[in-house]
Design a protein around this ligand. Sequence first.
Ligand code: SF4
Length: 335
Amino acid sequence: MKNSLDIQNLTVQFETKKGLLTAITDVCLTIEPGETVCLVGESGSGKTITSKAVMRLIDYENGKIAQGQILFAGDDLVQLSQKNLRLLRGKRIAMVFQEPMAAFDPLFSIGSQIIEVIVQHKLGNAKQAWERAVHLLARVGIPEPEIRMKQFPNELSGGMLQRAMIAMTLACSPELLIADEPTTALDMTIQAQILHLLQELKAEFNMSILLITHDMGIAAEMADRIVVMYAGNVVEQATVFQLFEKPHHPYTQGLLQSITTMDSDRKTKLYSIPGSIPNLFELPTGCHFHPRCSYASDQCLTQSPPLQTFQGREVACWHTEEIASIDRQPGATVS
Ligand code: SF4
């Protein structure tokens, strides 16, 4: 039976030269088996930290999970020993990075690195691992896979290497694939091919996907559900249909307006949310979005809004009801 991922009240902090930095606070999200959840938000919103925390990769970056649980397959990953984490990583939860060179060791051939993953997790002997690696490279659309097996990472193009990395992450048929901006470094055509490939593989391998992206167009295409983050907090969580039909949080409205403006009228000046994402060391009081929000009231300046269920979705805003009653197109002006 496939397992869901259930993140509860996750808070991650880092020791820095300037002091203790809280990168994400009380993040809650669930991914059901077979579901694709997109984490969206501007850079610095906490998307990547959340995904790295699931793999416990922040342990290597002076980070710590200060609070919360990450429940998967009956275990709290926060409490898992390093030995058990090694068994889990790659095998049941795998990660595709933005930059494939980071996943491969430049000194070893592509094939030997995929084989190592298979053998390490005791999923076959060397011969079986070779055959599986060739099969996977072919499956992700790499021509002449036997030849590619012997090549080194620097001999493959960016798109090819991204496909090879996806093949490596599939080596153990993971239940959950975490993909952090997997296509940002690629041109538009290759980007579309890789996203299409991920959709195919999700169905074929019966995986769940946690996709991190700053691109709402990609989220619209890929997600079953979307989780919007801002300054280390989840501010809205809804199905893709709910979110694009009528975003409720003013920040989500701004994100959507950025793409609708681009598509609908090229003569219109590109919309961008006013202001910039705050420095995590100097977060605004109350609702962290208040300096950029045209709805901000006195309450917003001093009290932090909790994530609350509203019309089948979750929104962290003091004025959700009032904003939802305004008849406006998706992504209408924030200020
Ligand atoms: Fe805007 Fe206030 Fe809602 Fe924050 S809580 S998004 S400042 S209206």
